[in-house]
Design a protein around this ligand. Sequence first.
Ligand code: NDP
Length: 446
Amino acid sequence: MSEYIARVLDGLTARNQHEKEYLQAATEMLESLAPVFEKHPEYEKASLLERFVEPERVILFRVPWVDDQGKVQVNRGYRVQYNSAIGPYKGGLRLHPSVNLSILKFLGLEQTLKNSLTGLPIGGGKGGSDFDPKGKSDQEVMAFCQSFMTELYRHIGQDTDVPAGDIGVGAREIGYLYGQYKRITGLYEGVLTGKGLTYGGSLGRKQATGYGLCYFVKNMLERNGKTVDNSTVAISGSGNVAIYAHEKITQMGGKVVAMSDSNGYVYDPRGIDLDVVKQLKEVERARIREYTNRVPGSEYHEGCKNIWQVKCDIALPCATQNELDGEDARALVANGCFVVGEGANMPCTLEAVDYFLRKGVLFAPAKAANAGGVATSALEMSQNSQRFSWSFEEVDEKLQGIMKGIFEKCADAAEAFADKPTNYVMGANIAGFMKVAEAMMAQGCV
Ligand code: NDP
């Protein structure tokens, strides 16, 4: 690490001591960037890194709402507008009790680099609340979403900031948020993505993150003379990303033997039946343990973390940050796993990533591998602006092209700057950062 980067990291750590997720994401990025600053000494003169690691704006607000018992509840709402150098802020809203500023700043940073990698004109942002939609009625979720948007609407717009879904925010929540935005502003505009198909959503958006992850993995395998065909796959999570990663990796010839939720995981040696998972998670909002009641011969194990003990060739962590640590990484490698593709944001700890890279595991980092969702969100924005919609096939074809392009950017940057041509972590950080850096330099001290 260069003296300049070390100094920026020290300053950042001193100022944000309690933000462990943010410091983790920033450390991973900064550790990759030494070659960029060697090549561009002018960046240090312009304090580019000091500016980059400070979000442009953080909005924090009260979200009061009335529950089904008539009691007033209060949550905290956030929007981190991280970086707008290359386009309007773009990034999801997360509803989960763990949400705090550290998590949203880490997600904002990751989003900025990810959006840059897509090649599309979108800046980075992230938001959400510590509200927990689990166990709430539709009425309560609507009351929360309406109150949340009543504060957020003044900070967003189709040309300023375009939120989307993330953990706990799916089609239902986006619908309630959009309805309230439209009611307050009177504008029928593409201010949110992940919308329903009857009011401006894009075909293929629901599938895009999971499918995109598999397209990235496929490109990575092909470059290294391997294929998905006949591989055994473990996928953590059973939400939006996990479900559509299962769908696509199965179409590519893989067999998914394990999936999870935050309580535990199911193992089905004949291959997890995706129709059952969709019914449980998309329709009934049930727990994954229910799977064993519907599919004889499958097993349920309490504790979601143990999923990484399952023997697999390909591991796709698609649940949440830091769900796969050094111990899990060692278990996976010992069991013969040779590919890890991050569907969730930062699901692997720094120790796990380091172990995978040292052991020669083909590792697809989140900011590149899960960029298909936001890329398709940008395609939804384009369709909204044109007042037009594309077919599923058109969107999917564009997504495949975008994921191939992202893989190639990571591979080229790794080839040019990293210790190994397969260090796509470094490749993604450098390629993502360079475009934002050039735009920030061009726009002066802002
Ligand atoms: P969903 O809410 O649809 O699903 C999340 C899944 O992860 C659920 O199975 C959930 O289980 C599990 N999970 C959530 N929190 C935890 C936790 N603390 N410990 C263990 N399991 C947990 O979210 P998404 O599928 O949309 O998002 C998953 C990941 O992918 C996130 O990291 C998100 O940031 C990332 N991502 C999502 C994109 C998208 O387009 N949706 C785009 C790019 C990245 P339970 O139901 O029990 O909580």
